[in-house]
Design a protein around this ligand. Structure first.
Ligand code: FES
Length: 314
């Protein structure tokens, strides 16, 4: 669908709020709180951004776009070039992160721009009178988006600003005080989400009660299995070497094999292809544990091979 930029608002330093509506004021497709959409910019880039508005409001999508320091053109374009009245192709909302129906309550741990999908989930909690709490971690209040909207809920919101408090946010404390039967949802920097998972494991919180939304692929750690390997295309034909520093997608593109993609960060599934042979080293954030174990497909923008060769059914 093509939507019009009807409002631009600086939500915080480095956080641009973008309101999108249909030109004919038609209702927009429904979405689940925590969903994101693909946004295609006029510079040819497509990026995923979370929806901050209420799922009950079908008249618009409010997106929160954080200016990424190492932006390859998506958020930088939005922050410097986007204008009121621009028309943007937008994909249907997709949800990999949402409120768990069986949870007795919801603890949110947001870091920086990670508040965007969580705000939509909080709105749902408020509308449905569901119990919730938020630990919101920011570098400073200047960088904290949506504080005005959270202000009426001061009894449920703990703001941790790095420049105001000594030490790290008390994630362990928030998890320890989480009532039984609640689920925890976290979105933000990888280190913060790793801390949530680590503390949750130590505290014995059920793995299924911990939900994550990542905005980018994990940094490669020293010792990661990233050796070169071969990739063979079953139907198209051809065998290519994927070196340590390139993805399968990049190698295929360089060899004139163009397959669909969108985020190039393991977040959207656009580049998923069937695996005919070989074992994948899954590095995406969207396949379920069952899908990883089944080893039937691979997201070629980030995932690699565990062995010497992968055969793609392409
Ligand atoms: S392009 Fe989005 S997961 Fe690969």
């Amino acid at each position: 669908m093509e939507l019009i930029v009807t409002s631009l608002r600086l939500e915080a330093e480095g956080v641009l709020g973008v309101e999108l509506r249909d030109a004919a004021h038609a209702e927009l497709p429904p979405f689940a709180p925590g969903a994101h959409v693909d946004v295609s910019f006029p510079n040819g880039l497509t990026r995923q951004y979370s929806i901050a508005s209420a799922a009950s409001d079908r008249t618009r999508y409010w997106l929160g776009i954080g200016l990424a320091p190492a932006s390859r053109g998506g958020s930088r374009f939005a922050h410097s070039e986007l204008r009121l009245g621009d028309r943007l192709p937008i994909g249907a909302p997709r949800s990999l992160f949402g409120l768990h129906e069986a949870a007795a309550g919801h603890l949110f741990v947001a870091g920086g721009i990670g508040i965007t999908p969580i705000l939509s989930m909080i709105r749902q909690c408020i509308e449905q009178a569901l119990p919730w709490r938020l630990l919101y971690c920011v570098r400073s209040r200047r960088h904290a988006a949506y504080l005005e909207q959270l202000a009426p809920f001061a009894d449920r919101v703990v703001l941790h600003a790095d420049d105001e408090q000594d030490g790290h946010a008390d994630i362990a404390g928030a998890l320890r005080q989480m009532p039984s039967g609640w689920h925890v949802y976290t979105c933000g920097p990888g280190a913060m989400m790793d801390a949530v998972c680590g503390h949750a494991a130590v505290l014995g919180i059920d793995h299924d009660a911990v939900h994550l939304e990542r905005f980018g692929a994990a940094a490669v750690q020293p010792g990661d299995e990233r050796d070169a390997f071969q990739v063979r295309l079953l139907r198209h034909g051809g065998r290519f070497t994927v070196p340590r520093e390139a993805s399968i997608l990049e190698v295929l593109e360089a060899n004139g094999v163009c397959l669909p993609f969108s985020c190039r960060e393991g977040l959207c599934r656009s580049c998923e292809v069937p695996l005919a042979a070989g074992v994948a080293e899954h590095r995406d954030y969207v396949l379920s544990d069952e899908e990883r174990i089944a080893n039937k497909s691979i997201l070629i923008c980030v995932s690699r091979a565990k062995g010497a060769e992968l055969v793609l059914d392409v």
